[in-house]
Design a protein around this ligand. Sequence first.
Ligand code: SAM
Length: 287
Amino acid sequence: MLNPKAVKLTPGLYLVATPIGTARDITLRALDILTSADVLVAEDTRTLRKLMEIHGISLGERQVLAYHDHNGAQMRPRLLGLLEQGLALAYASEAGTPMIADPGFDLARAARDAGHAVVAAPGPSAVVTALTVGGLPTDRFFFAGFLPNASGQRKTALRRYAEIPGTLVFYESPKRIAAMLRDAAEVLGPERQAAVCRELTKKFEEVISGTLQHLAGICADRSLKGEIVVLIDRKSSENIHESDLEALLREALTQQTVRDASEAVAARTGLPKRHVYQLALKLGQHE
Ligand code: SAM
């Protein structure tokens, strides 16, 4: 067994990713940092203490300070003061990667602005975990975090994401998943492919795939529990206008050969390679 080891950390703020479910989904380096930091800072101090206990890391004389959305403004000067003293601070949010729909951004920015080292200890995040198992394209994705709770604002936000040429990733609460899928089907179209990824890395992990309409129907009938990521496919290639296709090809042709440009645009739009190649050939001859 590889035990966490004490290492000499240089002063700075260490942003430590923690598991999103299974407690052993933590890196050895994250454990070393939690073992060795002078001060521990956590969005939820109880969760961090428990995680350290599971991994046999003793707190010793060290403090675990709370840093979250409600006390950030008061805590930042204090934490900056500790950095000023040349200490190594480890910060963990409640689960996953700090700053990904979690606190930490303002603290990291303040530390960087004050000239302190900001160091990542990368690890789990529900965005990447969902993309890994969700079955939708991962070549490009757009992380939209949580949508607004109110239906009107949620639909407005969804309209802004409608044309994004990549997989859309949303975090959603089980309370709102049915309404969110219903609104998404209405705004983005019922036939878009999507996946509801639930309880990732946990005992009841589940991925439910299908069109938005199908998933909205499932969630209307069945109440889903636990933590959820929703993936929504980009707009279908059938809806791409010829003028948009030409614009994409023209842009690609400024840098690439006809073959490379048509391959890249076909991959991006999902359109048949032959059709894209012939159009690229035509445009290439004219230009
Ligand atoms: N910082 C975290 C990360 O890196 O993914 C996200 C924190 S955010 C406050 C919590 C949301 O992330 C949940 O409401 C859910 O949408 C998503 N999430 C976190 N853990 C998850 C899991 N095990 N399975 C599915 N979704 C999860």
